[in-house]
Design a protein. Structure first.
Length: 184
């Protein structure tokens, strides 16, 4: 009985220590990434700056102040669709913030998290509904429905991962290798 109690106490001590260690690890919190820099161009935040600069025709605005883009013409590469109303679009992080956090970015400084979250190379205007489907998924769990964009998507994803020195898990590296081969 004494050995059983000692074993039980040792097990409880290990469980308690694991709980303390896991609670000490930083957790992803989207609010810590400070995305959509304000006043990028006059009164525009980054979203509207990107919408203005990626429209293939002159944009119109909600008000004369020209802070918020209302309409234009945008190509949604994820869905191979054109959009004319900005409310149909989201600005997607090709490499999602939470994916980056779990692949080496969780302990970055606030400044570096802001830089990543607002990096124009990692942002793309896409169908709002498709962005919601993608969520925080990486390339191994999500590829855009537009198959003609897969290779560009993978290349953009890889470029951001490389630029910020993020890391792939073993299974992701295997998927990436297979996808690269299909792009040749």
């Amino acid at each position: 009985m004494k050995i059983y109690i000692q074993s039980l106490l040792a097990l409880l001590t290990i469980i308690y220590a694991c709980e303390i260690l896991s609670s000490a690890e930083p957790k992803y919190n989207r609010d810590n990434w400070f995305h959509w820099n304000k006043n990028v161009s006059g009164c525009q935040n980054l979203r509207h700056f990107l919408l203005e600069n990626t429209s293939s025709k002159p944009v119109n605005y909600h008000t004369e102040k020209k802070c918020r883009v209302k309409g234009g013409r945008w190509y949604g590469a994820y869905t191979d669709t054109f959009f004319y109303n900005s409310s149909q679009l989201d600005i997607d992080h090709i490499v999602p913030l939470s994916w980056a956090a779990s692949h080496g970015a969780i302990n970055w400084s606030k400044k570096k998290k802001r830089q990543f979250a607002n990096d124009i190379d990692n942002l793309i205007a896409v169908s709002r509904s498709e962005n919601r489907k993608k969520g925080a998924l990486g390339f191994d769990d999500y590829l855009p429905p537009n198959k003609d964009f897969h290779c560009d998507y993978i290349e953009k994803f890889e470029n951001i991962v490389s630029k910020y020195k993020l890391t792939y898990e073993e299974n992701e590296a295997a998927v990436l290798k297979r996808l690269r081969l299909s792009c040749r």
